[in-house]
Every structure is written in structure tokens, then in C-alpha cells.
Design a binder for this molecule. Structure first.
Ligand code: PLP
Length: 436
């Protein structure tokens, strides 16, 4: 028996009574005509730090972490935040303070994580197609290593034998996820070692007596069906018996969050219940208790983030009214790259009449942030908030068109903190070698 955050007792056999944790009011709220985050007027934040501006609400991140912990509370769950979604060190520190580990995809992300206070043993390094030197560097740092290629496994075995444990990333040949570009577990994906290559894996592992301490599958982003994870887990459990020294199984991520109202999302509680149960059954027959790892990126940080932009121009043509803003695909590439939908709100004019707009950026290229959106009347100078900007926003930002990347602000305990300065002209010039 344990106490849920809502105060009702539930027993282990009827855990389907679980409900999502509600530890904070949800994110940006409109009260008395003012949009606020943690009680702070968002227009004041924009005035203080300028726009375009990324703003992150740490309460939302904490809430998502708590949701995951509750959902998987029947298992020894380890949350390894996928750093590539948002790598600001202050955010990493916050996530670390909430009891999470971290998944990194480059040696530089590993170093950022260590700068944020993560111990090497809390870091999982899951690289794809990197130079073997980078893996050696990972071993030297002392982080967990996740290998996804037979030739790399062979090199690893030759160099380390049984002296340094590693994890194997498998490709389960499942096509799932929101978009082909973000699907990583299908047969034609570059990720993971195909489950059909198990004989070769076992041969290499046997030859060098490699200590395999974990198995991993990550099938891509935005998977809403619990069944996909269950199917994936069956594949993992099927092969796991061939590896006697496992300590964990890593189910990756792909947990989907709502980008618009009524989006179907990953039901974390349903997943925790069903996957948790299957996992328990598996490790009981395997013979020892294993840790259950997950690697959420988007799930932890997407909804915590907002990109605030200023409306430079309102431009009406005979067919469309554009709101042209001081940002674009250089700062948030998801709409153009993945056809992603990001909700947009006019935070300067909450009482304005609703009109139709296409919100576009200032990049010289088709640069649409949102088409045909019903917004409260947009006037030049109005601030718009682009939602769900926490994941793959700043971390994919560029200086295309020689425009500067935005500043980042973290709201924590009701206070706004600058956590990254806006780029300056010097940043554009730094590193250039000027030759006549
Ligand atoms: C990107 C990535 C994730 C996170 O995916 P999300 O959809 O953001 O949760 C997890 N694991 C690995 C290995 C990744 O590359």
C-alpha cells in the first residue's frame, strides 16, 4: 500500500486506480487578463529579457518526472533524461536535482552533464556512427556505454574484453512514431543492431567475453500506443536470456505529449502498469531483479518551454493575413522540419476578437510557424507565445541568415533567471579566419 499524491490509498494488486500527479497548476495561465507562469507576468519577463526568448517552467519538468516515477512505481525505475532535447546546464541541474540520470548522444553532452553535476555512473552514452575515439573517451570518463553496431562491438571487445561492461542497442524492426524522420526502430533505420543479427552479436560477445550489463531499444519519437512498447519488450525479453549478467533493460522513449488539445498522448500510467507487470514477470523468470530504464526527452521538457516572439509586421494580402515575427525556423525548426503543430497564443491581447492568421518568421525561406490560426487580434508589437518549445527548440537552433540565437530564461521557485545570454555579433564572427 502507498499513498498517492491525491491522498487515496491503493494496493499493489489494483494499481490501475492510479491517477496522474497534480502537483502544480498547469503551466502558463490566464488570470484576470494576464498570462502568468509561476505567478510571473509573461509580458514583464519579455520586457526584462527581450524577445525572441525561450522560457522554461521548472515546475512543469518536476511534475512530468513525478508522473513517470508514480507510473512505474512498482519497478526499480531509472529515468535517464535524453539531454539532446534541451541541453542548458541549469536545466540539467534541475533535472538532476529531481533524481534523474541522463542519456547523452555525444561526448560533449556527457561533458555538459558532468558540468551539471551528474556522476559518470548516472550517464548513459548512446552514440550513433561516431568515431571509436569518442567511445574510448566515454570509457575514460567512466560512463555507461551503449553500442549499436557490430564492428564497434568487435572493436570494443578487442580493446576492453570483459574489463568494462557495455549495453547493446537493438533494432527491433518496428515502425512506430509520429513521423518517418523521427522513427528509429524500423528495419531500414541506421539505429541499433538488428535483432536478426543476434547470432553475430553472441559470437562477438562470446569471443571477447564482453560483459553485457544492459539491453536497449529506442523506437523513435511520439509513440502513443502502449502496445508498441509491449511488443518491443517481448522482443527484448526473448533475447535477454542469452545475456546472464544484465543489470538493466532500457526501453528508450518516444513518450508523446499533447501539442494540441485532444491529441492522443502516451498514457504513461497505462504503460507503467502493463510494461511494469511484463517486466516483473520477465525478471522473475530471468532469476534476478533488474532495473527498468526509460529515456524521456520530449516528455520531460516539451511542455515546460515557450518561445516568446514579437510581432514585427501584420501583413494582409487578398487571401491571407500574416503575423510576421522576430524569430523563425532558425530558432524553432520543428514546424518546417517535421510539420509539427505548435500552439500559438497572443499574450498581449487576450481579450481581442478572434481572427485568422498565418504566423511566419523572418527567415528568407518558407518559414511558417503556424498556418491558419485563430488568434486574438494581433497588432504590430504584440508578443506571441509558441508553446511546447522546450524540447528540440533551442537545442536545434542555428544562426541561419546570420541571425542571433535567443536568450534562455528558467523560472524556478517563482523567480525568472537568465540561463543563457542572447547571441551577439561577436558570436557570429568568433572562429572565422578572415583571409583577403
Ligand atoms: C532522442 C532520444 C531519446 C528521446 O526521445 P524523445 O522522443 O524526446 O523522448 C531517447 N533515447 C535516445 C537514444 C534518443 O536518441
Amino acid at each position: 500500500m502507498y499513498l498517492t499524491l491525491r491522498g487515496s490509498y491503493i494496493c499493489c494488486d489494483c494499481t490501475n486506480l492510479r491517477e496522474p500527479a497534480l502537483i502544480t497548476p498547469p503551466m502558463m495561465e490566464l488570470t484576470k487578463g494576464i498570462y502568468k507562469i509561476q505567478g510571473l507576468n509573461v509580458l514583464d519577463i519579455c520586457k526584462e529579457f527581450g524577445t525572441p526568448l525561450y522560457v522554461y517552467d521548472t515546475d512543469k519538468i518536476s511534475e512530468q518526472i513525478q508522473n513517470l516515477k508514480n507510473a512505474f512505481s512498482d519497478n526499480d525505475v531509472r529515468i535517464k533524461y535524453a539531454a539532446k532535447a534541451l541541453t542548458n546546464i541549469s536545466i540539467l541541474k534541475h533535472i538532476h536535482s529531481q533524481g534523474c540520470g541522463i542519456d547523452v548522444v555525444s561526448i560533449n553532452e556527457a561533458k555538459l552533464a558532468m558540468k551539471a553535476g551528474f556522476e559518470p555512473k548516472e550517464i548513459m552514452f548512446t552514440p550513433s556512427c561516431v568515431d571509436f575515439e569518442e567511445i574510448i573517451e566515454g570509457v575514460e570518463l567512466g560512463v555507461f556505454i551503449n553500442l549499436d553496431n557490430l564492428s564497434v562491438l568487435e572493436k570494443f571487445g578487442k580493446k576492453y574484453g570483459s574489463t568494462y561492461p557495455c549495453c547493446i542497442r537493438l533494432n527491433p524492426h518496428i515502425l512506430a512514431g509520429g513521423n518517418y524522420k523521427i522513427s528509429t526502430g524500423h528495419g531500414n533505420s541506421k539505429f541499433g543492431i538488428s535483432v536478426f543479427q543476434m547470432p553475430q552479436i553472441l559470437e562477438i560477445v562470446g569471443k571477447y567475453k564482453i560483459d553485457i550489463n544492459g539491453l536497449h531499444i529506442h523506437t523513435g519519437s511520439e509513440i502513443s500506443e502502449t502496445d508498441v512498447y509491449l511488443k518491443m519488450s517481448e522482443i527484448l525479453f526473448g533475447v535477454a536470456r542469452d545475456f546472464p549478467s544484465l543489470k538493466f533493460i532500457d526501453f528508450g522513449s518516444g513518450f508523446k505529449v499533447a501539442y494540441r488539445e485532444n491529441d492522443n498522448v502516451t498514457n504513461i500510467y497505462d504503460l507503467g502498469l502493463k510494461l511494469g507487470k511484463a517486466f516483473k514477470e520477465f525478471y522473475e523468470s530471468y532469476g534476478k531483479k533488474l532495473e527498468l530504464w526509460v529515456e524521456p526527452g520530449k516528455y520531460l521538457v516539451s511542455e515546460s518551454g515557450y518561445l516568446f516572439v514579437n510581432t514585427n509586421v501584420v501583413k494582409s494580402t487578398p487571401s491571407v493575413t500574416f503575423a510576421g515575427v522576430n524569430s523563425g525556423l532558425n530558432h524553432l525548426i520543428r514546424p518546417m522540419m517535421y510539420d509539427a503543430y505548435h500552439e500559438i497564443v497572443n499574450v498581449s491581447n487576450p481579450d481581442g476578437g478572434l481572427k485568422m492568421y498565418t504566423v511566419v518568421g523572418n527567415i528568407c525561406e518558407t518559414d511558417t510557424l503556424g498556418s491558419d490560426r485563430k488568434l486574438n487580434e494581433v497588432r504590430e508589437g504584440d508578443i506571441l507565445a509558441i508553446k511546447n518549445a522546450g524540447a528540440y527548440g533551442y537545442s536545434m537552433a542555428s544562426t541561419f541568415n546570420s541571425r542571433l540565437r535567443p536568450a534562455e530564461v528558467m523560472i524556478k521557485k517563482g523567480k525568472a533567471h537568465l540561463i543563457r545570454q542572447r547571441d551577439t555579433m561577436e558570436d557570429l564572427i568568433r572562429g572565422q579566419v578572415i583571409v583577403d
